[in-house]
Design a binder for this molecule. Structure first.
Ligand code: PYC
Length: 343
């Protein structure tokens, strides 16, 4: 039976349009329409993100959680930029709230908008994010966007701490690293076994417990902005023969299917600090599902006694579709989580 669907015939309370992509397997649901961006207050993408969180958090819940989304959905919201030369402003949201920066999401947004002719196909595009302005460089093949390289925000190792976690008898050494978000970085050698996909549920539980332990232990103040912060992401990593590998846990216990753009930058900052990665050296990083980003440090400098690295990541993103989401007037369901590991 052929069915002709016209949502305009439906009495709806609200309608949201999204453009969906995946970057190395990780989704980005890009909100195109459904709220009035002119109601967002502030003179930066960061301030607008905070204003959206105050006024429209239920839009995040509606689009990312069940029944319209799922626990591992990730979102991006497009806004007008404020920074000089930025072509676009974007902020990021997950199952718990909002992140300051996202590499896979930026690759997804830029690739999709260029492919659809909504952004100029200039070789480089500046994007304003809550963590600062990043620069995207496009690579083309067969007339289409094949990959995007992002010059990410400067990264550094913040502190190394030893914490007790409920699932281990011995204390755990954790490197807290800033790469646009604050990460808790853990070498898998301190844990039992290796990073197998079949153990994902266990790593989610451990990742959240590590994040909680660090946030209880440390009062983080960003050394260059003086802003208070918290660890939002745990990255458990191991070495590999031709690429290192990690599992990245964030939000309410969601797992990045991509190698995590900011996570790749955090790992490169850590390796550089340990004298194991030089500026210019290529660094391949693999996700828990085996997809890869190509990383590279393009600069390193000393600032106020801190080694600051400037990273790039390269990855590919693909459009998976567009959605028109509606909420019928008598539908009570905004968004729900069946089970959150983060409790
Ligand atoms: O790619 O930076 C990233 C990211 C952060 C959380 C999920 N992906």
């Amino acid at each position: 039976m052929k069915v002709d669907v016209n949502l305009e015939t439906l009495p709806t309370e609200e309608t949201f349009t999204t453009l969906d992509t995946h970057t190395a397997g990780e989704p980005t649901r890009i909100l195109l329409d459904g709220f009035d961006p002119s109601t967002l207050e502030g003179e930066s993408v960061r301030a607008k993100r905070d204003s959206f969180a105050d006024r429209y958090d239920r839009v995040r819940e509606l689009l990312l959680k069940e029944p319209r989304g799922h626990d591992n959905m990730f979102g991006a919201v497009l806004v007008e930029p404020h920074a000089d030369d930025a072509a676009l402003g974007v902020f990021f949201m997950d199952s718990k709230g909002y992140l300051d920066m996202c590499g896979h999401g930026t690759i997804g947004v830029v690739a999709a908008l260029v492919k659809l002719g909504q952004l100029s196909s200039d070789q480089t595009i500046q994007v304003e994010t809550p963590a600062g302005v990043v620069e995207a460089e496009l690579q083309y093949a067969d007339g289409g966007v094949e990959a995007v390289t992002i010059e990410m925000v400067d990264s550094f190792v913040y502190e190394t701490v030893t914490v007790s976690v409920p699932f281990l008898d011995s204390p755990l050494e954790v490197d807290v690293v800033y790469a646009g978000n604050f990460f808790a970085m853990v070498d898998c050698q301190q844990l039992e076994g290796s990073l197998e996909t079949a153990r994902t549920a266990q790593f989610v539980e451990w990742g959240l417990a590590i994040r909680e332990a660090i946030n209880e232990e440390l009062d983080i103040v960003h050394p260059f902005t003086d802003e208070q912060a918290q660890v939002s992401i745990t990255e458990i990593y191991e070495s590999g023969d031709d690429a290192d590998r990690s599992i990245v846990v964030f939000g309410n216990g969601q797992v990045d299917r991509s190698p995590c753009g900011t996570g790749t930058c955090a790992k490169m900052a850590l390796l550089h600090e340990a004298g194991k990665l030089s500026v210019g050296e290529p660094y391949a990083y693999e996700s828990i599902i085996g997809t890869r980003f190509q990383g590279r440090l393009i600069d390193a400098s000393e600032q106020n006694g801190i080694t600051v690295t400037t990273p790039t990541i390269t990855g590919s993103a693909w459009i998976t579709g567009t959605h028109t989401f509606v909420k019928e007037p008598r539908d009570q369901m905004d968004g729900f989580t069946l089970y959150s590991a983060d409790e």
